[in-house]
Design a protein around this ligand. Sequence first.
Ligand code: SF4
Length: 335
Amino acid sequence: MGAAAQDNSPSGQLEPDSTWAEEVRALARERDAVLLAHNYQLPEIQDVADHVGDSLALSRIAATSGAATIVFCGVHFMAETAKILAPEKTVLIPDARAGCSLADSITVDQLRAWKREHPGAAVVSYVNTTAAVKAETDICCTSSNAVDVVASIPPDRAVLFCPDQFLGAHVKRETGRANLHVWAGECHVHAGINGPELAARAAAHPTADLYIHPECGCATSALYLVGEGVVPREKVHILSTSGMVEAARTTGTGTVLVATEVGMLHQLRKAAPATEFRAVNDRASCRFMKMITPAALLRALREGTDEVKVDHDIAVRARASVQRMIEIGAPGGGE
Ligand code: SF4
């Protein structure tokens, strides 16, 4: 059955067959739209997109693309970041309900209250934050440049790092900074990839490399396993999602254990078909990312929904914190 005859409500079921893909591509051309898909999207969404990557790389493409419309297949804060960097373009997300538990773990009011407790402190926020939180932030960071961003702040100035506690712990370990305060937020998907699971998988695959996203609950465990001699140091790679794809292209290893959201496996397998990529936790699937269904994408292109808007004043201030991030270190990456 062709796509046109199926249920294309955002939560509807629709077979992502070649008819669907052709209709998506044709509608994108009609709308002068570029289709961007995050690495955690469903494989069929990744395959129909113009570009697949991490949140920041996709936002940069959004900002420099000549297309009039950006269709962002990812979660809401990512589409907001694209709108912040490309305010003159129409930005659509196929389902505006696609949120993020990490971005939701700090509100703008909570951040303002935290700032009042630490007057004069610099605020460093991971890109997984709302536009309003970015507007209250001095410098945003990705997982690739979080350490460089914090190191760029004078050592005697306190730093408030939010919202991810695991990335914050990674930065604290790397910088050895005592005046770094870390917000206790987390992503429910990454927090569920824990140390005992990693240890069990590593023991079952003793020759495997480990690719670990620093948001994972197991990032600390991986370093502990290295310290204990359970896993050789050179086998453990703490990487952003784009860093994982780059590493996969040059890996000579037979098996790689991957600690992040399972959608990542699709791009890794495409980058290195001869390597066996296995999830540390097969259940680490983000329900928000998976709200971008084939039906929702088709509806977005047919109806021009859901449009993402950011208040002008918030966008101006948020853009400044994102621009500072881009100027420091190697900003490629993020989730
Ligand atoms: S995997 Fe976690 S951090 Fe990423 S979008 Fe989903 S809830 Fe947010």
